[in-house]
Design a protein around this ligand. Sequence first.
Ligand SMILES: [Zn+2]
Length: 423
Amino acid sequence: MTQEKTQLDPKEIYDYVKKNARLVEDYIETLGASGMQPSGGIIRPVFSAAWLEAHRKLAAWMREAGLEVRADGIGNLWGLSKGKESGPGYASGSHLDTVKEGGKFDGALGILAALSAVRFLKELYGPPRLNLEVVQLCEEEGSRFSKSFLGSRAITGNFPAEELDQSRDAEGISVRQAARACGFDPGQLAAAQRNDLAGWLELHIEQGRLLETTHTDTGIVQSITGIKHLGVVFEGQADHAGTTPMDLRSDALVAAAQAITNINSLARDLGRPAVGTVGKLSVQPGATNIVPARVELTVDIRHPDPATLAELNRRAHEICQNAAASQSCGVQVELLMEKQAAPMTPAIVKALEDCAAELGISSMPMVSGAGHDSQVMVEKIPSAMIFVPSKDGRSHSRAEFTPLEQIMPGIALLAQVFYRLAY
Ligand SMILES: [Zn+2]
């Protein structure tokens, strides 16, 4: 085996991947047809008819590639390229579910890249030394049920059984009912947990513009960013817009406007990868001739370094206090949600960097500003992510697109690192 390994020419893998580009394109287009709307957007929530149809296509392709196929209790789909030796193996994949009117690439590409890489390696070099698995993970987007990451949380033992009945969609259907209707056995939830994986890899579109603007083939994710969501309420006083002089007003919207501008500047001044967004605002009473009395808004701040995120949070609070004081308003700031940053596993990150260099593929270290299943996986399994470019940074949209020639380097990198780890 060792002897075979030293004979590997990385170009061989890359050439084979390129030679089979049409197969990858066919996978993407055929899978993208499941849930496709006349608008060109995809609606494919977990356990829907469109999702199940796509699930079946994947299972058929896995079998065609010579993989052993099974679904676990929550509906994750596994395709195993059985290793010649026992012992912990490696897995790669992503999610099949889309947001409403999403695109063909977010999630789906990660599964198809893993399937392609494992299939190509098997065709070139036969069965691996250690198990290699391709995985479809359930409900990453949270577009059907209130809680996301169903699949990766089941795999890492982070999915409390109560949630099967408690978590319901807009029609009141529980996770258990929806999974059963697709033919899965949620009673087997505990058995979905995996303690025998040596590593996890996820290829994903960047969903941003950094790779495209720097003409870099791949991003190697060092960390998935930490997030805090704040709910802010400014309380002023409703007064007549014609009769109340400017100097006697408590205008909650003016306070909010100041806070919005200053939170934007705060993140801007701190520089990448800090981000700060006010994306939701409500104004009451909301009339043309009344001074706004109450404004509710949300603040989304993100940074991969916990200390910097804490500082962003402290200063966002300070900005809201100062903005309120300047307009003689009251303010309350509440933490709505927080997610710790998830650093990827250095050894796997290093393997990706080394393999990219061997293949002559350009790569850059990146922080993921969006959440991914890998942030759940890394809690239990050594993990890393590969980003490929997104045209114009578009994502969660039917405009999502990555040309085939920008996908091939990512698949070659995944194949190369799998070869290094498992052959
Ligand atoms: Zn995704």
